[in-house]
Design a protein around this ligand. Structure first.
Ligand SMILES: [Zn+2]
Length: 68
């Protein structure tokens, strides 16, 4: 296993650890279903991209059917 030659300063160590935090992802509103979508991606809720249906989404089960 690689062995570091010299220790890093506290600043370098802490600067690197700053990247471990969970970072917020920028999302946009889907024009069709108003859900949150990553840009340049098909909407995970309705399967639309640029106004066209790209992915056929399975029909949602009703709440009463799920519990039964
Ligand atoms: Zn959508």
């Amino acid at each position: 296993m690689a062995l570091p030659k010299q220790r890093h300063t506290r600043h370098r160590r802490d600067r690197a650890r700053k990247q471990y935090d969970v970072q917020l992802v920028n999302t946009q509103e889907c024009p069709k279903c108003k859900g949150r979508v990553l840009s340049h991606r098909v909407c995970p809720t309705c399967g639309f991209y640029k106004g066209k249906e790209m992915v056929k989404m399975a029909p949602k089960l009703e709440a009463s059917k799920k519990s039964a």
